[in-house]
Structure formats: structure tokens, C-alpha cells
Design a protein around this ligand. Structure first.
Ligand code: NYM
Ligand code: MG
Length: 221
């Protein structure tokens, strides 16, 4: 039996990525949506505390490693579902891990970092190290939009990282870390309705998934 496909939806905060990821999951069968961070696991609970409580003292390196450890908590489940032929839709994954930490490297504003040395945060090899060995997405769709539009969207500003100036850096960092490959697509969602974006993403999945070699085992990062 051919294996399933690993489809990653990445994007900035409030880009509509969770809405789109659930919709795509409902169109694919059999399928499972996996969201990172998964706040229900032991490590996910710590991450939730870190994101929602700005005085929670955790240095940037530790926070970075926790986000990766949270992905490792789901590693066996991802392999097992893929081997059973499931489509897995990921709502954030390794590129969020890279982009958000890299964005902290030389960010001066308040409410993002916890102080201390930041040397490692600018070193992509160091940042990617803990994710090495995790399953590599077959297809990545990155949702982007203008910064002014993001800050107007509902709920923005509730959690750590949700500040306009920081998001601007995160956006630059995403564009830097996303591989320039045919199976990594950047989708500008600005000014489009939810339905228009869904249709665009669906068309990309249909055209790209034909080229995914599901008789070969899943590649690893
Ligand atoms: N985030 C997410 C990271 O900083 N590193 C990671 O590896 C991942 C997966 O968590 N602002 C950040 C990005 C978001 C925050 O995600 C919470 P969400 O999708 O808003 O629940
Ligand atoms: Mg968020």
C-alpha cells in the first residue's frame, strides 16, 4: 500500500492558516489534522504557559528546544498514520520553529525574549539541529499577507510574539528559511476571501500531489 502524504500549512499569526488547515483536512480522506504547538502534551502544556504568560521565565534556547521536542512527541503517530495511508495536514511545523526563533536573534522590543545570550538564535544549523530526523513534509504551503492587515485581524495581540514589529521580522525570517523548492509554495492571502484561498490551496494540492512519490518511504529532515 502506498503511504499517505504529509502536507504542511505554514503562515504568519492570523493569516487564516488554522481555518484553511481544518478545511483541507475535511476535504482529504482518510486524513488527520495535527497542529503545532500541540498544547495538550506534557511539553505542549509548558509551551502554552510560555506563550500565554509573558512573565514565564524560559530562555530563548530552551523555548526553541521545547517547540522541537513537542514535534518529537508526535513523531511516532505521524509515521504510523502515514504508513496507514492517511493524509496528514500539519498546522505549523519546522519552519515556524526556525522563523520565530531566528526573528528573536536581533529583535530589541519587549515581550518576546527573556534576555541572556542570543548567539545561537542566529545560527540556522543550531536551530535546525533538534528537528533533524523528523519526517519531511511532501508539500508546504506558506500563507502570507501584509503586516497592516494582520494587526487588524481579530485576536491579534493576545499572546507572546503577536506584535506588529516582531511579525514583520518573522515574515522576513520565514522567507529566508523556506527552501526554494517546487514543493514549497508561497500563497499571498491578502484581500482574498476564505473561499478564494481554500480554492487556491486545493488546486495547489491537486497539482502538486501527483508528483509525490508515495511508494518511497517518507524522507527525513
Ligand atoms: N511557534 C510555533 C514557535 O515559536 N515555534 C514553533 O516551532 C511553532 C510550531 O507559537 N506565535 C509559535 C508561533 C505562534 C505560537 O502558534 C503559537 P499558534 O499557531 O498561534 O497556536
Ligand atoms: Mg497564534
Amino acid at each position: 500500500m502506498p503511504r499517505g502524504q504529509l502536507i504542511l500549512i505554514e503562515g504568519l499569526d492570523r493569516s487564516g492558516k488554522s481555518t484553511q488547515a481544518s478545511y483541507l483536512t475535511s476535504k482529504l480522506s482518510p486524513s488527520k489534522l495535527i497542529k503545532f504547538p500541540d498544547r495538550t502534551t506534557p511539553i505542549g502544556k509548558l509551551i502554552n504557559e510560555y506563550l500565554t504568560n509573558k512573565s514565564f521565565a524560559l530562555n530563548d534556547q530552551s523555548a526553541h528546544l521545547l517547540f522541537s521536542a513537542n514535534r518529537w512527541e508526535l513523531n511516532e503517530e505521524i509515521h504510523s498514520l502515514l504508513n496507514q495511508g492517511y493524509f496528514i495536514v500539519l498546522d505549523r511545523y519546522i519552519y515556524s520553529g526556525l522563523a520565530y526563533t531566528l526573528a528573536k536573534h536581533d529583535f530589541q522590543g519587549e515581550g518576546v525574549s527573556s534576555g541572556g545570550s542570543k548567539k545561537q538564535l542566529g545560527d540556522i544549523d543550531w536551530l535546525l539541529g533538534p528537528d533533524k530526523g523528523l519526517p519531511k513534509p511532501d508539500l508546504t504551503l506558506f500563507l502570507t499577507l501584509d503586516l497592516q492587515e494582520i494587526s487588524k485581524r481579530k485576536g491579534f495581540g493576545d499572546e507572546r510574539y503577536e506584535m506588529e514589529q516582531f511579525q514583520a521580522r518573522v515574515k522576513q525570517c520565514f522567507l529566508k528559511v523556506l527552501p526554494k523548492e517546487d514543493n514549497v509554495q508561497i500563497v499571498d492571502v491578502g484581500g482574498k476571501t476564505i473561499e478564494q484561498v481554500s480554492e487556491e490551496l486545493w488546486n495547489l494540492i491537486v497539482s502538486k500531489s501527483k508528483h509525490i512519490q508515495t511508494n518511497n518511504p517518507i524522507e527525513l529532515i
